[in-house]
Write a protein that binds this ligand. Structure first.
Ligand code: SF4
Length: 400
């Protein structure tokens, strides 16, 4: 080992340098310090000869950097011609291992460079030795190496501009994207979304989880903001739950819950709130009410179909006037309060709902007209109208 003042011209960089990115700003700062105070810590080099492992120009009489490439580069910027260097005779393996180790221990190495350093060390050492040398578990080593399985464009996000602060793309985001290694296009779009929406890691994980669980909705998850994603997940989760067998013994609890929630919702639907919403909140409200309306319509239709198709003893005798809500007997010609036509093909035992036609005459009666007849509709004065359920019989049954 000898300390020498070597000409910079005789010094070569090494292929085993794990740091692939040297930030110009940081090098300039170091160069300014070197100009003022010189190189305080000598670099470490080793004599080389031949043409090197990759071929190329002869290297006889030259030295390869083992540690200190940043200082070497900054010295060049500072205009130095010589640099203090410790010259050591070392094998290729030892030099590579020392270079990787020295760099690994520097805090400013980014996550991908660290992973590459570990990968490099594993060429010369066992997993156990690398783990002991670096003072980290083998699990940590494996987790670090996983970053190298990401597509190069995602790795580049960490190398070129590692994110700082909330919402910036950083190692945690990259690590979350590993779950989508089979879909690089989606990874790239999500990386863009993270930067655009300043998305934090748990939110990104939520979107990735949503894409994994409901791949048919991927496009929507990639486009909507996180709050809408959460609403969609809730709604999709409920639908998934509904695919499971319904437990009849919970019907009573279910009804109680519906009534309680309906009362709460009714209180919440205070339209004055719109005066206090900003555009994002209004967007959210529109999305929520649209979903709610759609679900209510589906639910109402199911309830009405059930009433029409099954004898519930009491309910089928009556019909609610669609205009004023007055309850009348099925088959009543008009509502006794607002005079809306209530005798409908829809409630007639002769109506064929599957083919939307009258079962007696065979004439088409489309569902809209069957449900909401007008003055000119046939059902209004139809002599063949036959209430689906025998109101009189039920009334007698109830009276008994
Ligand atoms: S009300 Fe008259 S037209 Fe309508 S389905 Fe019944 S029988 Fe046919």
């Amino acid at each position: 080992m000898a300390l020498q003042n070597l000409p910079l011209d005789l010094i070569l960089t090494t292929e085993n340098q794990p740091r692939k990115t040297f930030y110009a700003e940081s090098l300039d700062e170091l160069a300014a310090s070197i100009k003022e105070r010189g190189v305080l810590e000598p670099i470490v080099v080793r004599p080389v000869s031949g043409t090197g492992s990759q071929g190329g120009a002869p290297r006889d009489g030259k030295f390869e950097i083992v540690m200190g490439e940043r200082r070497y580069r900054a010295s060049k910027i500072a205009g130095l011609t010589h640099i203090p260097a410790v010259v050591r005779e070392m094998s290729d393996e030892d030099a590579a291992a020392d270079a990787l180790l020295e760099n690994f221990q520097r805090e400013d190495l980014n996550a991908v460079e660290k992973a590459r350093a570990i990968q490099g060390l594993l060429q010369f050492m066992s997993w156990e030795k690398v783990s002991k040398t670096l003072g980290v578990s083998e699990t940590t080593l494996r987790r670090s190496l996983e970053l190298l399985e990401l597509p190069s464009n995602i790795q580049a996000e960490l190398i070129s501009r590692p994110g700082q602060g909330e919402g910036a793309f950083n190692e945690g985001h990259a690590r979350a994207l590993i779950a989508l290694n089979d879909d690089p296009a989606t990874q790239a779009r999500l990386a863009g979304k993270v930067k655009q929406e300043k998305m934090n890691i748990p939110d990104l994980e939520k979107v990735i989880g949503a894409i994994k669980q409901f791949p048919q909705k991927k496009e929507a998850f990639l486009r909507v903001p996180i709050n809408v994603t959460e609403q969609m997940l809730k709604s999709l989760g409920v639908r998934e739950e509904r695919k499971k067998p319904y437990k009849a013994q919970t019907a009573e609890q279910h009804m109680k819950a519906i009534e309680k929630s309906a009362a709460t919702l009714s209180e919440l639907l205070d339209s004055r709130v719109v005066e206090f919403l900003d555009s994002q909140q209004m967007n959210q409200l529109l999305s929520t009410t649209a979903t709610l309306t759609r679900e209510m319509e589906d639910f109402n239709k199911t309830v009405r179909d059930a009433v029409q198709n099954k004898d519930y003893s009491f309910r089928e005798v009556y019909i609610h006037c669609p205009l004023c809500g007055r309850v009348e007997l099925v088959g009543s010609v008009r509502c006794s309060v607002c005079w809306t036509i209530l005798r409908r093909c829809y409630d007639c035992g002769n109506y064929d709902r599957a083919f939307e036609k009258c079962g007696v005459s065979g004439a088409a009666v489309y569902i809209n007209e069957a449900e909401s007849p007008k003055d000119y509709s046939k059902s209004y004065k139809c002599p063949d109208y036959k209430p689906k359920f025998d109101a009189q019989a039920v009334k007698l049954k109830m009276a008994a």
